[in-house]
Write a protein that binds this ligand. Structure first.
Ligand SMILES: [Cu+2]
Length: 343
């Protein structure tokens, strides 16, 4: 359906219609009147809900900044540890080794050139030097191994049993976020077109219509899978990257320390619109998260079992359904400005 494609790239009117379709498919929340949805109020989930208000641009915390050369500021414990390892261990070690080798080269050039040292030394062994250049690298590797293995182990720590589960599905070329603990509804997340993003004060190419909303300050179980090809769910400011592979469920713990908006991108080349499936995570305090879940038609806590299935059924992978909202047009039909940029 052309509308859905327009919804990503084209005029905002077309987007509203596409969004309304997507909402109807994803969210069983009749409290959002279709008319309102068509008026451009559709961008954030459940804009009509009273309790939940999407965070504004002032809440953006994790995003790339121009002119920077290092990692983004970290908003998780594991991220802080990884960044510390980079800044306090790897960078000093690599700098010292580079300077030492550079110094040795300069010394040899200056001292042992043909003019100053016409007769070359015939020595072929020096036990002391050989011991030093064996022991020293071993010690360096040992020193690096301690924080490195610690970091590796921490990255694979399983989330606690009661952690909230969010299933992330990579589609060509957008993300789907479903909440099995909250009634199983799925939120479809498409990139906003540049004009719309700028209008809202959000970063173009990163801003999305529906964010991945999670509670802040508690462990979350992120599961990733791919609906069509391999994608990768990556958010630099949270030290998080996990491949989304078809037929396979990957899992990793994520704990975001404070409320805010954190941007990432698909990080596995997945086709022609790979560069246009950004990730926006919105971390909220628990009560606001619960309010958001209810606004989506989902359930909170133990309500799920006896409540009527409030949320819509899990979606088919949209990219496998012809004309589904958000599915995007086949590459040959791309006619948007964004498509031109890709050529
Ligand atoms: Cu992808």
């Amino acid at each position: 359906m052309a509308l859905a494609q327009d919804g990503v790239n084209g005029a905002s009117e077309a987007m509203s219609v596409g969004q309304a379709d997507a909402r109807a498919a994803n969210v069983a929340d009749d409290s959002i009147p279709a008319a309102q949805a068509a008026e451009g109020q559709t961008v954030e989930p459940a804009a009509g809900a009273e309790a939940y208000k999407p965070l504004g641009p002032e809440w953006i915390k994790g995003q790339p900044e121009s002119g920077k050369t290092s990692f983004q500021k970290q908003y998780s414990d594991i991220g802080e540890y990884g960044l510390w390892m980079h800044n306090a261990v790897l960078l000093p070690v690599i700098t010292a080794i580079t300077l030492l080798v550079l110094g040795l080269i300069l010394w040899v050039i200056a001292r042992y050139n043909r003019r100053r040292s016409p007769v070359a030394s015939k020595s072929s062994h020096n036990t002391l030097i050989e011991i030093i250049w064996t022991i020293l690298p071993v010690l360096i590797l040992f020193v690096i191994a301690i924080p490195s293995i610690t970091l590796l182990v921490r990255q694979y720590e399983s989330p606690p049993k009661d952690a909230l589960t969010v299933k992330v599905t990579g589609y060509q070329w957008y993300w789907g976020y479903s909440y099995p603990d909250n009634g199983g509804f799925e939120v479809i997340s498409n990139m906003l077109d540049d004009e719309e993003a700028v209008k809202r004060g959000l970063p173009p190419k990163l801003a999305v219509d529906n964010r991945l909303v999670v509670p802040a300050g508690e462990p979350i179980r992120i599961q990733t899978t791919g609906a069509d090809v391999i994608h990768s769910f990556a958010v630099p400011s949270l030290w998080f990257k996990l491949d989304a592979v078809p037929g396979r469920l990957n899992e990793r713990q994520l704990t975001i320390k404070e409320p805010g908006i954190y941007y990432g991108q698909c990080s596995e080349l997945c086709g022609v619109r790979h560069g246009y499936m950004p990730i926006a995570i919105e971390a909220l305090p628990r009560p606001q998260f619960d309010a958001w879940v209810r606004a989506q038609g989902g359930t909170v806590g133990g309500e799920a079992s006896d409540a009527k299935p409030a949320a819509a059924d899990l979606q088919e992978p949209e990219s496998s359904v012809e004309g589904a909202p958000g599915a995007g047009a086949p590459p040959t039909q791309l006619d948007s400005p964004a498509a031109d940029a890709e050529v």
